[in-house]
Design a binder for this molecule. Structure first.
Ligand SMILES: *Cc1c(COP(=O)(O)O)cnc(C)c1O
Length: 752
């Protein structure tokens, strides 16, 4: 049957007569049907990647690519007067993640299936995901992000497990989603849920009764943890996730008649950050129910489990009070206390190593490090900081457990789907090998002096800028000039990522323009990202940016030279629209604070030039492209770590010493901004910058302005810039998640 007749069977009418929504339904059925027929990856040993987040993005386009029929479908639709991108827009984006960590899990699933490794994801089926971001009065508001409309890849299964929460029994249900590898076979993402969850209890934004677990358990990812009930809900969710995972693993292994004493021969578990840490005591508990001693069970589980650390921000290393655990998961407490006892006995009650601290809090990461066989950081610098600073006591006793796995991104989504014209140009120039052999991208370097090639790459960038401009005009009614320089910072809002530094630069540029120092070419500063609902400072930064956008975009003296765009509800679809259009990739976190970053890699792949600190994977980007194709500035991670150790940074000194800084920070409460914004919020933000500034914005501000000016000037050397863009794309092969996954497998999982 031809593709056309196949689609028309689902449609029951000619393609040319169908609406985009009908076409979406038909293509979804087509993909499901084709996925059904794909073989599952086979192998002796299986990986279970457990993660609280899977930020998988819309599935239709990616699945068509991985099935190898995207272009064919697109051309067929075009012939009938239909646009596949418009059809793809009809899909609701699953909002099952927060940021980089969740996106990493999604890229990994794609690479694991593509590399023909047997490996499933295990997580939760959040009904409303994180939240949907709206703007009102230049502020962020949160509303439920409804994505479960029945028109997606999820399959309800009849797999159910008994789960004990606070002494009461509940019955879970597993939903499955096929993970289709690139031109190959498939694995599965398992998302667990409770049938009794009740979406109608959500009222007024994202508020709901936090007490009734049977109704609220899987409503939201990261429910508000500013009170006890919210924090306990997070523990309920975590245990629910890992108990399901552990029961699924044992069920599958028993079905295969594997001896559970040899579990490490047949199963590997990757613990993605500390949210799934309770899988360790839970698996031990379940193995003990199978008649295995605790000591033996702990050994088995240690050989199965490996832990990935994603952050050195102390507040993100979870510690749960014992009395929460006693209430929520009393069945685990004897195990956790037993593990803690074994650790104290082995290390002479060393407070730094103990799982349970003197305040009776259970340190999840410490449990992972003692009772897992591998501890990895996510970029070279990050792993070094873990080994020699943050986790030094553990590195001292377990040096062989530590290893680095620099993050990666899947090229199937981040160039083939996001930037198809660039992908086609690469195909035409060096063949298609790079799609599965990322090192092949470097062959593009042969074209570094090839003017016509550079011109074509630049033309594609321009088209992507036009595409972004019409998108943002349509969605947010902002006029953007595609000939302006696109300067982009899109990521979660957090003080360590320092969007506030970029906002201060916007103020500086605004004042320069007012003084008559006009830029050579207009600049469009593009922000996007969500702030955690209870994170006041991050929300204040969003407020400042929205106020600046209002002021600047409506000022006829300034707006021809400078525009500010804040993308609403930044998600994967918006990332795919924005990143290929970018000229300057802002990666300006305080050195030592960004574990890796992955948007930096997406931008590089798409030919943007990085303006960044020597932090996370930026360091590895610099090593690959060389100092001539990246712009770096700011204090080093060593210097920053020393400033924290000696309490040597005082924002006020910088504020007082540099009149320019005083003027920029002062502008936050200028008459012009107070007319637009909320006086208290702006004042609080300003006070914080002058008196606290925990992430040292003012420390690097002057160096940032200087480097950014240099970069904007260099943009006018158009030939030089095009070469930098090419170098960035050509050298980005290392950041393919295929490379990352091969390393995980080689060093940790040993699947084949
Ligand atoms: C890649 C990605 C991130 C991670 O961005 P960082 O800059 O590495 O923090 C966050 N959100 C979305 C939607 C992404 O695609």
């Amino acid at each position: 049957m031809t593709l056309e007749s196949e689609i028309e069977t689902y449609l029951n009418k000619p393609i040319s007569n169908a609406t985009d929504l009908q076409l979406y339904d038909a293509l979804l059925s087509l993909v499901k049907h084709k996925a059904e027929k794909l073989p599952e990856v086979s192998g002796e040993k299986k990986l279970y990647y457990i993660s609280a987040e899977f930020l998988i993005g819309k599935q239709l386009g990616k699945n068509l690519i991985n099935l190898g029929i995207y272009d064919e479908v697109k051309q067929l639709l075009a012939k009938k007067g239909k646009d596949l991108s418009c059809v793809e827009e009809k899909e609701k984006e699953p909002s099952l993640g927060n940021g980089g960590l969740g996106r990493l899990a999604a890229c990994f699933l794609d690479s694991i299936a593509t590399l023909d490794m047997k490996g499933d994801g295990v997580g939760l089926n959040y009904h409303f995901g994180l939240f949907k971001q709206e703007f009102k009065d230049h502020k962020q508001y949160e509303i439920p992000d409804e994505w479960l409309d029945g028109k997606n890849m999820l399959k309800k299964t009849d797999v159910c497990f008994p789960i004990e929460l606070a002494g009461k029994m509940y019955t879970s249900r597993m939903y499955d989603m096929d993970v289709i590898g690139f031109k190959g076979n498939k694995n599965t993402l398992h998302l667990f849920d409770l049938d009794t969850v009740d979406e109608s209890i959500v009222k007024d934004g994202i508020d709901f009764d936090k007490k009734d677990i049977s109704k609220n358990l899987t409503l939201f990812l990261y429910p508000d943890d500013s009170d006890d009930a919210g924090r306990k809900l997070r523990v309920y969710q975590q245990y629910f996730m890992v108990s399901n995972a552990a029961q699924l693993i044992l069920k599958e292994q028993k079905a295969l008649k594997h001896d559970l004493k040899d579990l490490d021969k047949y199963a590997a578990i990757q613990i993605n950050d500390t949210h799934p840490s309770m899988v360790i005591p839970e698996l031990i508990r379940l193995l003990m129910q199978e008649g295995i001693t605790m000591k033996k069970a702990a050994d088995i589980v240690s050989n199965v489990c490996a832990y990935t650390n994603h952050t050195i921000l102390a507040e993100a290393l979870e510690k749960w009070p014992m009395d929460y655990l006693q209430e929520v998961v009393p069945q685990l407490m004897p195990i956790i206390e037993g593990l803690d006892y074994a650790v104290s006995a082995a290390f002479h009650d060393n407070e730094e190593l103990n799982i349970i601290d003197a305040q009776n809090r259970v340190h999840m990461a410490k449990m992972d490090m003692h009772f897992g066989h591998s501890i990895n950081g996510v970029a070279a610098l990050h792993t070094e900081i873990l080994k020699h600073k943050e986790l030094k006591p553990f590195y001292d006793v377990y040096p062989d457990k530590f290893n680095n796995k620099t993050n990666g991104i899947t090229f199937r989504r981040w160039i083939m789907h996001a930037d198809p014209e660039l992908a086609d140009l690469v195909d035409e120039t060096i063949g298609e090998d790079w799609k599965t052999d990322e090192n092949a991208l470097e062959k593009l370097m042969d074209h570094i002096e090839d003017e016509s090639f550079l011109g074509r790459m630049d033309e594609i960038k321009h088209q992507n800028k036009v595409r972004f401009a019409s998108f943002i005009k349509q969605k947010q009614n902002i006029d953007v000039d595609p000939d302006s320089i696109y300067d982009v910072q899109v990521k979660r809002f957090h003080e360590y990522k320092r969007q506030q530094m970029n906002a201060l630069w916007v103020i500086w540029k605004y004042m320069q323009i007012k003084k008559g120092n006009l830029p050579q070419r207009p600049i469009t500063v593009i922000f996007g990202g969500k702030a955690a609902p209870a994170y006041y400072q991050a929300k204040a930064v969003i407020h400042l940016i929205l106020c600046l956008a209002e002021l600047i975009n409506n000022d006829p003296e300034v707006s021809p030279y400078l525009k500010v765009v804040m993308i609403k509800n930044y998600n994967i679809a918006k990332a795919e629209m924005t990143i290929p259009a970018c000229d300057i990739s802002e990666q300006i976190s305080l050195a030592s604070k960004e574990a890796s970053g992955t948007s930096n890699m997406k931008f590089m792949l798409n030919g943007a030039v990085t303006l960044g600190t020597n932090d996370g994977a930026n360091v590895e980007i610099r090593d690959l492209v060389g100092n001539d194709s990246i712009y770096t500035f700011g204090r080093s991670s060593d210097e920053v770590i020393k400033l924290y150790e000696t309490a040597g940074y005082h924002a006020k000194d910088y504020y007082e010493k540099y009149p320019e800084i005083k003027e920029m920070v002062g502008f936050i409460t200028s008459k012009a901004l107070l007319k637009i914004g909320d006086a208290k919020m702006l004042k609080d933000l300003q006070d914080n910058l002058i008196n606290k500034d925990w992430f040292m914005t003012l420390l690097d501000l002057e160096a940032y302005i200087e480097e950014k000016e240099k970069m904007l000037g260099d943009y006018e050397d158009r030939e030089g810039w095009k070469r930098m863009a090419l170098v960035n794309t050509a050298k980005s092969g290392f950041f393919s998640s295929d490379r990352t996954i091969r390393e995980y497998n080689r060093d940790i999982w040993h699947l084949k």
